[in-house]
Design a protein. Structure first.
Length: 235
């Protein structure tokens, strides 16, 4: 197989636990998903030199029932962290911008991913970069035509009422879930009712901290918009 996943990375080293609420990106996640955020999946992926192993231009949420992610952009969010620089030929992620609004069941576009197209946005990350995206957007990893393995750490987030995967729950919870925030991310309920729909980062003791978190998220979103979506004025 050209690609394989390493599950349960949260049990491998504390550094992978620390990534679940990394201050550089977690405010963005809370701003997008809301106070009831939960980690859904966490794993590492290695992609050897080979043709792509995923269906061209797919949505991760095509099998979801009962809700249309195309009409609910705050349904889930996904992050790929990159520990090493990638070259443009090293199996980079590519997206079709705007396709996260398509309804479930929309036919996949017939766009040749092996040819340059203005409809495609390819991301060539550097070491330490994080690519945050809506997993319903049509995307894929391109062929790895380099001589090197592509390495990435993948974290997917949703809401507390969703069923999480075993990979999102550390085996040694007492070591990993050291804060209210992390307990919620790992699926532990708080409060006497244990209500899945009432779980929230926002409570009387954390109002100030959460408000600061959201303000950081708004600033990061504004900065990203300025960098990537607003063209500078021409002279």
């Amino acid at each position: 197989m050209p690609s394989f996943n390493i599950p349960r990375i949260l049990d491998e080293d504390d550094v992978f636990v620390d990534l679940v609420d990394l201050p550089a990106v977690f405010p963005l996640l809370v701003e997008i998903l809301g106070y009831d955020i939960q980690l859904i999946i966490a794993h590492a992926r290695l992609f050897r030199p080979a043709s792509t192993f995923v269906p061209p231009w797919h949505s991760d949420l095509d099998g979801v029932g009962g809700i249309d992610p195309g009409q609910n952009p705050r349904f889930m969010a996904k992050i790929h962290f990159y520990p090493e620089d990638l070259t443009p030929e090293q199996g980079c992620l590519a997206f079709i911008p705007g396709s996260h609004r398509y309804s479930i069941g929309t036919p996949r576009p017939r766009i040749n991913y092996r040819q340059d197209s203005p409809l495609i946005k390819k991301i060539v990350p550097k070491a330490g970069d994080a690519v945050l995206f809506n997993p319903h957007i049509f995307h894929m990893c391109l062929d790895n035509l380099s001589a090197h393995v592509r390495k990435s750490l993948i974290y997917t987030y949703g809401h507390f009422w969703m069923k999480n995967y075993p990979s999102a729950v550390p085996t040694h919870m007492e070591r990993a879930a050291t804060t209210h925030q992390r307990k919620q991310l790992f699926g532990l309920r708080s409060g006497p009712t244990g209500d899945h729909f009432g779980q929230s980062l926002l409570n009387q003791s954390m109002t100030k901290e959460v408000d600061g978190l959201l303000e950081s998220g708004r600033k990061l979103l504004s900065k990203a918009k300025q960098l990537y979506f607003i063209k500078p004025p021409t002279e």
